[in-house]
Design a protein around this ligand. Structure first.
Ligand SMILES: [Zn+2]
Length: 377
């Protein structure tokens, strides 16, 4: 059984009509399930209070974010990363972010209580939020809040970030913590925000060699990605054997994503999700909590996250998407949507430099393991 977490308040995390981190993506997934005749029984989270966030964020930062969310002004916005193109100030955003944090925190609780082994949080994944800085569309770090709750209850946690951007916020918050292993696979920071996530960022103090980063070359395709993910998880989780795995399942490594350059297909995502669940079964007591994250081709993102839902609830995937859903969202988004769940016949296969990219990625994995493994055994 898989627990599903959702609250309609998630849709109020809206940073403006032109902003890529749109709640429309969640709405599309919920609507697609509805059109398939599926009304999942959801676990409804409670909003977390600003005080509850103090285990992760500095009190003054929280105070300023809350002021911004109430529509008040403050001279400290700039200092805390607010009022930028990425993180504009919008009324209601702080409260909506706290509902989403409540959802991811609920996911941690449900695993701790052993109510479910698998949980899907239909939102969240704010991996760029730092202790005292809004960044990359993120205000409050829901992932860190959930991880912290687990470690405070004595668990060791592995965090896997497959969003195409480096999971810098989560990594930094637990950089010296031996109860948290972080693994981020992303497009190299040489080409992409936030510009970090190098193999040598491997942790410090008690956390040394427990923060793992795999920066991929642009135009990496599924075969190379999945081979490396598999070997990395096998080595890292096989060594660390966490009590649970938390996964930020950003969908922006899809080939159609407008903000990044990796070339994953929906078929690749299906293999990735299944491989991650299998590794959680083998090395993390079967416990895994998935959240959403980035994903800026709305139509691909909706298909990928719905795919994740169907895999987690062990349901068959109907290849043809419902006519009513296609029509409604084509009208609303003004784009053509694929008629099938999976990408029809991806045409990127003839990419130049394919083997050069693959070799570069393999070499990166070798170098990463050479850095961290001597400290593991
Ligand atoms: Zn991203």
């Amino acid at each position: 059984m898989c627990g599903i977490i959702y609250h309609p308040k998630y849709l109020e995390y809206d940073l403006g009509d032109q902003h890529p981190f749109s709640p429309v993506r969640i709405e599309m997934v919920m609507d697609l399930l509805h059109e398939f005749g599926i009304e999942p029984e959801v676990e409804t989270p409670e909003v977390v209070t600003p005080q509850q966030l103090e285990v992760i964020h500095e009190p003054e930062y929280i105070e300023v974010v809350e002021k911004a969310g109430r529509g008040e002004t403050d001279t400290r916005f700039e200092k805390y990363g607010l009022g930028t193109a990425d993180n504009p100030v919008k009324k209601g955003m702080a409260e909506a972010a706290r509902y989403i944090c409540g959802g991811t925190l609920l996911g941690a609780r449900l695993l701790l209580e052993n109510k479910y082994k698998k949980v899907l949080q239909m939102g969240g994944g704010f991996h760029h939020a730092q202790r005292n800085l809004a960044s990359g569309f993120c205000l409050y770090n829901d992932l860190a809040l959930a991880i912290k709750h687990m470690t405070e209850n004595g668990w060791h946690v592995a965090y896997l970030d497959i969003d195409v951007h480096h999971g810098d916020g989560v990594q930094n918050i637990f950089y010296e913590d031996d109860k948290v292993m972080t693994l981020s696979l992303h497009e190299s920071g040489e080409y992409l925000f936030p510009g970090t996530g190098w193999i040598y960022e491997s942790g410090k103090g008690m956390g040394k060699s427990l923060k793992l980063n795999l920066p991929f070359e642009p135009f990496t395709e599924g075969e190379s990605y999945i081979g490396i993910l598999d070997e990395l998880l096998e080595s890292a989780l096989g060594y660390y054997r966490p009590d649970a795995l938390i996964v930020q399942a950003g969908a922006d490594a899809h080939f159609s994503d407008p903000l990044a350059d990796l070339l994953l297909t929906t078929q690749d995502y299906e293999r990735i999700f299944k491989a991650v669940i299998q590794k959680a079964d083998a090395y993390a007591n079967g416990r895994v909590l998935f959240t959403f994250g980035g994903g800026y081709s709305f139509e691909a993102t909706a298909r990928i996250w719905s795919l994740l839902f169907f895999i987690l609830v062990n349901s068959n995937i109907e290849e043809k998407l419902p006519e009513t859903w296609l029509k409604k969202w084509e009208e609303r988004l003004g784009v053509k949507i694929k008629e099938t769940f999976h990408d029809p016949n991806p045409s990127y296969k003839q990419i130049p430099r394919k083997s050069e990219i693959e070799n570069h990625n393999k070499d990166m994995l070798r170098r990463l393991l050479d850095i961290v493994m001597p400290d593991w055994f």
